[in-house]
Design a protein. Structure first.
Length: 170
């Protein structure tokens, strides 16, 4: 996956949200390299969300690893307004749960060292991972729903990570 150190090549991702103003369908198609969405879910969320894939593993800087079986994996979604990543749990029917709106209702879990996920980009299923760079993004979790959000830290006036067509950067 691309690194923040390759800023010249991916500068648009750090200058602003590359998906701002685009429809969720257009963002999905861009993130999935031409694939059209198979499913659309009507959930409550603070912003439009687009699936990037399904979470395989989250590794925190303290060494904690949360590995998830592929069939039980929560959704890894991009907030199209914020460019933040969300981890959205599934309900008993396998559909995404609502995303609590107020970040003040979330608890800090720790700093994320790497994000691993399954995705089908360009009709090719694959396992992707991204080793984040310092300063590491912060992982917040909503206790009741299990929904998480990765908030980038400030890196010289720019976000510590961003999402672009190529995937997670930084």
């Amino acid at each position: 996956m691309p690194k923040r150190s390759e800023r010249d090549k991916y500068s648009e991702a750090f200058e602003g949200n590359p998906f701002k103003g685009k429809s969720p369908r257009a963002v999905y198609k861009a993130l999935q390299w031409g694939n059209n969405p198979r499913d659309m879910f009507d959930i409550e969320a603070p912003e439009p969300l687009v699936a990037l894939g399904e979470v395989a593993k989250i590794v925190l800087t303290n060494g904690h690893r949360e590995s998830i079986k592929e069939n039980d994996a929560p959704f890894l979604a991009l907030g199209t307004d914020s460019n933040n990543l969300y981890i959205i749990q599934r309900d008993e029917y396998g559909e995404p749960v609502d995303v609590p709106l107020d970040l003040e209702d979330y608890d800090l879990v720790g700093k994320v060292k790497s994000t691993h996920y399954y995705s089908n980009k360009g009709n090719e299923k694959a396992y992707y991972y991204h080793d984040h760079e310092r300063p590491y993004p912060l992982l917040f979790r909503h206790e009741e729903t299990g929904v998480c959000v990765l908030i980038p830290q400030n890196n010289n006036g720019k976000p510590s990570y961003a999402v672009a067509i190529e995937g997670i950067i930084g």
